[in-house]
Ligand binder design. Structure first.
Ligand code: KIV
Ligand code: NA
Length: 248
């Protein structure tokens, strides 16, 4: 299993391949495939539970899925995504992060520029992955972030501060390619892009987008590597027709 420090040491050497997973079965598959890190994203609100917003879930749901992923991928670095309202202040951030570490997570991720919470977690030995750019927990629009010079400057300041606080990694979501490159070069932490262009230190993709688990729309920056929906549908169709045609 890669530690946060070992992940950081990959900068400039080999990119980090990260994918989300939410349950025991797919965590096992991701580990067998040699993934570097699994993110138990709060996107499970959408992919696993059918909610429109990640605001609809909390620690209760996240702990159940994180524990399942850790059981399925015991030798893989698992990042637990801190849900909406679970890190409003440093004290609650630490309490909740500890609960994730107790079920087997190797690090935690939180959205936005939260220097006090990040500092508290790191001081208490919990490796932190930050998340800048589009922030699904609070975003009012799905527009790209960092297109104006002011926004780009703000993101540069924020990621530099987060780097200095000692976060080992930062997700960069839906930002211009050129900014992905600039931010990556400015810091010692690992940048993980999702719609951040080709220059980040690694990439993350949502499992359901990458494997075609649902047949809905996927973001323009996602790639469908296989089509589980069609494979599984065919399997169930075969099962249904077997049962329906079996003699009474
Ligand atoms: O919840 C999630 O899946 C995420 C990734 C998109 C980075 O936060
Ligand atoms: Na998330």
């Amino acid at each position: 299993m890669l530690s946060a420090q070992q992940i950081k040491e990959r900068k400039g050497k080999q990119k980090i391949a990260q994918i989300t997973a939410y349950d025991f079965g797919f965590a096992k598959i991701a580990e067998a495939a040699g993934i570097d890190q699994i993110l138990v994203g709060d996107s499970l609100a959408n992919t696993m539970l059918g909610y429109k917003s990640t605001q609809s879930i909390g620690m209760t749901e996240m702990l159940v899925f994180t524990a399942a992923v850790c059981r399925g991928a015991p030798n893989t670095h698992v990042i637990a995504d801190m849900p909406f309202k679970s890190y409003d202040d440093p004290k609650s951030a630490l309490e909740n992060a500890k609960r994730f570490m107790d079920v087997g997570a190797s690090s935690v991720k939180l959205e936005g520029f939260m220097p006090d919470a990040i500092e508290t977690l790191i001081q208490n030995g919990i490796p932190v992955c930050a998340h800048l750019g589009l922030l699904p927990q609070t975003a009012v629009s799905m527009k790209q972030v960092g297109k104006t010079e002011e926004e780009a400057e703000r993101l540069l300041k924020e990621i530099t501060a987060i780097d200095e606080l000692g976060a080992y990694e930062c997700v960069l979501e839906h930002i211009p390619e050129i900014l992905g490159e600039k931010l990556t070069k400015a810091v010692s932490l690992i940048t993980i892009g999702i719609g951040g262009g080709p220059h980040t230190d690694g990439h993350v993709t949502v499992l359901h987008d990458a494997l075609g688990i649902n047949n809905g729309k996927i973001p323009p920056f996602a790639t469908k590597y296989c089509n589980i929906f069609d494979i599984a549908k065919k399997g169930i169709e075969d099962y249904v027709s077997f049962v329906h045609t079996e003699a009474l």
